[in-house]
Every structure is written in structure tokens, then in C-alpha cells.
Design a protein around this ligand. Sequence first.
Ligand code: HEM
Length: 396
Amino acid sequence: MRRVLRQRILKPRDVAIFSGEINQVIADLIKRIYILRSQAEDGETVTSINDLFFKYSMEGLNSLSRAGVATILYESRLGCLENSVPQLTVDYIEALGLMFSMFKTSMYAGAIPRWLRPFVPKPWREFCRSWDGLFKFSQIHVDNKLRDIQCHMDRGETVRGGLLSCLFLSQELTLEEIYANMTEMLLAGVDTTSFTLSWAVYLLARHPEVQQTVYREIVKNLGERHVPTAADVPKVPLVRALLKETLRLFPVLPGNGRVTQEDLVVGGYLIPKGTQLALCHYATSYEDENFPRAKEFRPERWLRKGSLDRVDNFGSIPFGFGVRSCIGRRIAELEIHLVVIQVGAWVRTLAFRLGLVYGALLDQDLGGRGDVIWKTQKQELHVKSLLYFKMPPPTQ
Ligand code: HEM
């Protein structure tokens, strides 16, 4: 899968072509925010921001997997951000929800020896049920698209498509492998992106001075109502820095693992071949040695001063590193950069002020370490759902 998709999505310039599709989803997201605000009791508070971003990421990613195939028969978006979400999409979101809600129980399923399963059947049963549901849905979705593609090919038409067409046309993967990879891509790409976006918004809300600086940079360099493309992203380095700093403070995946392929000596320690190594992102991200004043939110630490002064820092590698690093990194970055710029640019002077509903809950320190994050996940979700967008009325 990596080999097939390598040329399509591994570099920023490869994913630049998706800007148009992503911007359409952002336009829907902004519309949705206004609708939700108008329905709110106080006329301005939008709760469940993370849910909104989840739908944004899902819609965005889905449009990518079919980008370019839009010219083919019956192409339609998932409708995640519509007032009335289509049933098929509701089913899909539910299937994903089921998988995530069962994740904690089912993640132990693999550790239970086969002979023990009849005595402790629940984890394995639930594990299979959630994955079967997702695969089934993915299969229906993929089959529909592949039928469309096949129709075009049968008519001798050239098929130019997104990732799904690319996987199909390469003929390097079996159909089963395509189902599996599309399911994995959606699973790996939706909540990772939406949680990161939620944290970025949360951090901006807690640091209005940073918010203003980001806003000013967007307006100065791109204008107020500019719909950006990937080419505009380098013109707003603070937006890029914001994402890096957000992922440093709140890496979605708390850890990464590798098994050594040969004997290694690291820092004077011999690590034999075959050892399972775990890297804890929180430990390295919060190390003052790697990041001075590491606990502070300071996006400007990522700004480059001249081409020689690179600030790549291996203390924070939220997308992993090397041949098995995140394949969706450039897509996620583009989705996040474009939405941050758009929300900032679209809503004029005071508008990019994301407010916080202050309450006892917010006074508590959220903690930055992985274990705290896992333990307090429910509470954090609650905190995030209290974030709200403070925006002026839309201008015609
Ligand atoms: C902010 C968003 C995201 C973060 C922080 C993230 C993070 C990661 C990390 C840490 C890994 C493991 C890398 C390693 O072991 O070195 C990974 C793998 C992966 N990610 Fe992402 N990811 C994000 C978004 C996405 C998106 C949007 C997609 C799909 C379009 C995606 C698809 C994948 C896949 C397929 C793998 C497995 C790659 C392999 O094993 O070869 N991710 N991601």
C-alpha cells in the first residue's frame, strides 16, 4: 500500500491538489457552525466542537479517497456536516463509534491465548464484532466506487482518481487488501486529525494573545476573505508552528514502538536484536533539554530564522519517523492548516477569538503526560465540548 501511494501523498506538493475538495468541506463546516450557533440558547455557543471536527475530518478524508472520481457516476459526499445526515453515513459514524468505544476492552483481545477464549469470550467477540462492522461498511463503500471505476474503464474512458482509484488501478493489491487498507486509512485518519484540531483550538482559546498574533499574520499575509490553497500555507508560518506545538503538547498517539533488527548500542547500553522498544512522546516532548520551557505553549519556538536555522527536533515526532511513519501526515497537515487559516481569515477582526466557557472544570490542570491524558479522557472531552466559537454574524 505504501509503495502504491508513496508518490500520491507523501510530500506536501503531492497532496496540494486536494486543496479544492478540502475547501469545499471547510465551507460546509463554517456554514454548520453558523447554523449551530443560531440554534443555541444564547445564540453563540457551539458545543461538541470535537464532534464537529470529527465530522469535518471524516468528510474531508472521504472526499480525498474519492477526489477526482467526482466526475464519475453518482458521486456524492458523505453528508456529515448536513442538517440531516444520510442514514448510510449515520451507520458509518456509529460503526466507528462502536469500534472506538470498544477499543479499551477489545485491545486486550489479542493478548488472550486462543485456548482461553471460550472461557473469557467477551473481548474477542466484541473485537470481531466491531471490526466486522467496519469492514462490512467499508466493503459496501469501496464496491460502489469500484463499480463506477470499472464502468468508466469498460467504456474506454481514462480514470483519474484519488487514493481508492489509485490503489485499484495499480493492480498491486487484492480486493481484500484494498478493503482492509481503506478501512485502516479512515480509522487512522479521522480521530487523529479531529483531536489535533480540537487541541489546537483549545490552546488558542486559552492563549488569546497567540490567537491574535496568528490572526494578524493570516490577515496581513493572505487577506481577510482569502480561500487558501496549499501554496498559501508557507506564507503563514505561525499556523504551521501552531500545529507543531499542538502536537508536541498533545501528541495524539502517546507512544510508538519498534523492534530492533540488529544489536544496537545506544548511550552505552547494549540493546539486543529483537528487543521491543517503546518511545513515549510525552516524555520527550516535555523535556526542557529538548524544548526550553517545555510546559509552555509557545508556537514561535518552531519558527525558522533563516534557512540554516532548522528547528526539526526529534524530541517531538508525533507522526513517527522512517519507512513506517504516518502515511497520512501531509493530508492531515493540509486539512488542519487550511481550516485554521479559513476560520481565521473568514470571520474578520474579532472573530477568530475562540472563547472559553470558564468554570471550575477548566481551572483544573489538564496535565500533559500520557497517563494523565488516558485517565482523564472523559473529562477532557467534556472540557473540549465547552469550547465555543465567538463570531460576528456572517457577512453577505
Ligand atoms: C494529526 C493527525 C495524525 C497523526 C498525529 C498521526 C500519527 C501517526 C503515527 C504516530 C503513526 C505511526 C508511525 C510510526 O510508527 O513511525 C501513524 C501511522 C499511520 N497513519 Fe497516521 N496520523 C495522523 C493522521 C493520519 C491520516 C489523515 C491518515 C490517512 C489518510 C493516517 C494514516 C496512517 C497509516 C495508514 C499509518 C500506518 C503506516 C504504516 O504502518 O506504514 N494518519 N500515524
